[in-house]
Design a protein around this ligand. Structure first.
Ligand code: FMN
Length: 414
């Protein structure tokens, strides 16, 4: 009987695919048992390697039963076993998943150490490697870990960013391993031919901060989640992504180029520079509309009575780039629903020469600083897409799906 399981949006599943799962020694190792079930249910042939530390958290027997394959006990096999264990595993695997990936394992992998079966297989492998880190926030933010991740990215390894929330160590923050379902989705998409391969996206995300004096600024509640979800989705579908983001509350996804800026003027400069080379611009950043006329050199002191702050408009980046747009470029603007709904969206799209305008609703579970959203997409004065309240990842998948279907994008694809 064919295993019933997951397949990707384009119908790819894991039948006939050989997946090596390396489990390293973090508390999230318990989630990897569920991950193996999902992989097997999707039709994958799964073999598992545990580090010695991982075996302190979960038993090899659990993974043997769930994967249907023996879990090798270490680097050095008994003489009766034919072949060399790490070479055999490295050549067998079509994908290597490391979940959870500890800070220690990232360090070893970044430096090419090979002192146990897991690290030696990784070093010997030629197939794509996907790492799902998990650790407490202190470790995740540690500069040594950030450096190791940069090295591994530079070596072509793929990362599934951890989420934030309650961590198993009792703390809360970023560093929680991505859910097994998301890991399977990423793995499935790694087998898909990227339908956006060759398309260059320029995406802005996050908020801007406009200085009033050395310690105060004007800003908004944008978290960066929506723009980052769009970047991750387009990347997943094979596009080349340049991300320009302001201050944010979450980690940026793994993209091709990423620039961080603080204020509207810097965002305009970074986007203007990258715009001529992009095929699609998505302006998901919440850029301040106004900035103080002057920035005080010293902290403004408390005064008796009211204090007036004079503001001037910031450059309207969407309108400026919309006016420079070449015929084959696609420009996507974002707007927050202010009551005018579709009429307001269409008027804004016309004024700023946008091909698409995405309207966000502002509500308790939608808009800024929350993980869900409800969007409508307008094109040529017509609503072409509307979602209910969905996760920002789902909203991003819907928006990118809409853009991918755009006939101009089809022509751009090589
Ligand atoms: C209770 C406990 C929980 C741990 N959780 C993590 C974790 O989530 N992430 C991490 O990077 N290290 C964690 N560690 C530390 C690793 O287990 C340690 O660095 C170990 O050397 C990793 O070995 P490995 O990378 O070979 O699996 C934890 C240690 C203990 C004792």
């Amino acid at each position: 009987m064919k295993a019933r399981g997951r397949s990707s949006s384009s119908g790819v599943d894991l039948h006939g695919k050989k997946i090596l799962l390396i489990v390293t020694g973090g508390i999230a190792a318990y989630k990897s048992a569920h991950l193996v079930r999902l992989l097997v249910r999707s039709g994958g042939e799964v073999r598992v390697v545990l580090t010695a530390s991982a075996s302190e958290f979960v038993t090899p027997l659990t993974f043997e039963v769930l994967s249907g394959n023996p879990v090798p006990a270490g680097l050095f096999a008994p003489r009766s076993e034919p072949g060399v264990r790490h070479v055999e595993l490295a050549t067998w695997a079509q994908r290597i998943l490391v979940a959870p990936a500890t800070a220690d394992f990232l360090a070893k992998a970044a430096h090419g150490l090979a002192d146990d079966l897991a690290s030696t297989v990784l070093l010997a492998a030629r197939c794509p490697v996907i790492l799902a880190p998990a650790m407490n926030e202190g470790m995740w933010q540690n500069p040594a870990v950030r450096r190791n991740i940069d090295v591994l990215r530079g070596d072509g390894k793929h990362f599934i960013e951890p989420g934030s929330g309650a961590l198993a160590c009792g703390e809360s923050g970023s560093g929680r391993m991505a859910e097994p379902e998301e890991i399977v989705r990423t793995l499935l998409s790694s087998f898909e031919p990227g339908d956006l391969a060759g398309v260059r996206f320029l995406i802005s995300a996050g908020r801007t901060e406009e200085d009033i004096d050395p310690v105060r600024y004007l800003s908004n509640r944008s978290s960066g989640r929506m723009g980052f979800a769009l970047a991750a989705e387009a990347k997943r579908r094979g596009a080349h992504i340049t991300l320009v983001h302001g201050p944010v509350d979450v980690e940026p996804p793994d993209v091709d180029a990423c620039t961080r800026v603080r204020n509207a003027a810097r965002m305009k400069a970074a986007l203007s520079k990258a715009f001529p080379r992009c095929n699609v611009l998505i302006m998901a950043a919440a850029v301040a509309d106004f900035t103080p006329v002057t920035r005080a050199d010293a902290k403004i002191r408390r005064v008796e009575g009211n204090l007036s702050l004079e503001l001037k408009p910031t450059p309207d980046i969407l309108a400026i780039l919309g006016a420079r747009k070449k015929k084959e470029q696609v420009v996507v603007g974002f707007a927050l629903e202010t009551g005018g709904g579709g009429r307001f969206a269409n008027e804004k799209a016309r004024r700023k020469a946008c091909d698409y305008l995405v309207l966000n609703r502002v509500g308790e579970r939608t808009g800024f600083s929350v993980e869900t959203n409800q969007i409508s997409v307008f094109k040529d004065g017509r609503k072409v897409l509307a979602t209910g309240i969905v996760s920002k990842e789902e909203a991003a998948a819907a928006i990118i799906g809409q853009l991918a279907a755009d006939v101009r994008l089809r022509r751009m694809k090589r």
